[in-house]
Design a protein around this ligand. Structure first.
Ligand code: NAD
Length: 265
């Protein structure tokens, strides 16, 4: 049986682990000819590339550096001959830190770091991929969040940043039409190694420190009653990457949050 992404080529940021990694694996399963992954986790990139010989190309770098995105797009064109989908996904969390916990200095540092990764990193991916995507009439997908529409999914900075992703999707959908479709996927709380900022000393902290507790909290708080896993979201990334199956979809964010957004209290 042929997949939904036969022969297509994607570039994804933050694909060495978590949701990004699950998307890479799924794209390969759906027949993608190649996926280029930009991530700062060099060891994770190697494991991924070794698992799929010839189908994965990697750039060990930082999404805050434009040159790293340019290198990823060049690699896609050189190694696989085209680029159909850009997925902006690499991100860090603020572990729900409230406004009152910041000093002026820690706010400046954390905001600069978190926005540079979670927002500038997405914009850079779109900028670097734009020309190649115009040529293929491709699509951009950004990882949004439950924190893109409501409070409490993060602290003040993470929530602001994920709300800004919605603005990015809508504005770029307008600016890049009719050549490139621009959409988002909004996961709910998902068991991954999502970590924090250097500015808050939280690079070693991760949301999956206690999986049983995580699952228990999610089961109680989510309509569908289970803690999500990275693979649970990948079908939407496939759908939005497939022109055949979502040709008329742009400027949309598809939620994948177990029904969190359907509840008012
Ligand atoms: P993760 O930590 O498993 O994956 C993130 C990846 O991004 C990692 O491989 C990491 O090395 C990479 N990365 C982080 N900063 C980077 C940088 N500066 N340069 C290059 N690579 C960098 O976490 P995840 O949960 O899979 O997160 C993926 C996306 O999903 C993020 O945008 C996150 O905000 C979003 N999200 C996560 C959840 C959740 O509950 N896990 C929910 C909604 C949205």
């Amino acid at each position: 049986m042929s997949g939904w992404l036969e022969g297509q080529v994607a570039f994804i940021t933050g694909g060495a682990d978590g949701i990004g990694r699950a998307v890479v694996e799924r794209y390969i399963k759906e027949g993608a000819a190649g996926v280029v992954v930009l991530d700062r986790d060099a060891a994770g990139l190697k494991t991924l590339a070794d698992a799929h010989p010839g189908r994965i190309a990697t750039v060990a770098g930082d999404v805050r550096q434009y040159a790293d995105h340019e290198a990823a797009v060049s690699l896609a064109l050189k190694q696989f001959g085209r680029l159909d989908t850009v997925v902006g996904n690499a991100g860090v969390f603020d572990f729900r830190r409230p406004l009152r916990s910041y000093t002026g200095a820690s706010m400046a540092q954390t905001m600069d770091e978190l926005f540079a990764i979670n927002l500038r990193g997405y914009l850079y991916a779109a900028m670097a991929g734009r020309e190649a995507l115009i040529a293929s009439r491709g699509s951009i997908i950004f990882t949004a969040s439950v924190a893109s529409f409501n409070s409490g999914g993060g602290g003040i900075l993470y929530t602001m940043g994920k709300h800004a992703v919605v603005g990015m999707i809508k504005q770029l959908a307008l600016e890049l039409a009719p050549d490139i479709r621009v959409n988002g996927v909004g996961p709910g709380g998902t068991l991954t190694g999502l970590s924090g900022t250097e500015a808050l000393g939280q690079t070693e902290r991760s949301i999956n420190a206690n999986p049983a507790q995580f699952d228990e909290r999610m089961a109680a708080g989510v309509l569908l009653g289970f803690g999500q896993r990275p693979e649970d979201h990948t079908g939407l990334y496939v759908l939005l990457a497939s022109a055949l199956n979502s040709r008329a979809v742009t400027g949309e964010i598809f939620m994948s949050d177990g029904g969190t957004g359907a509840r008012s209290v």
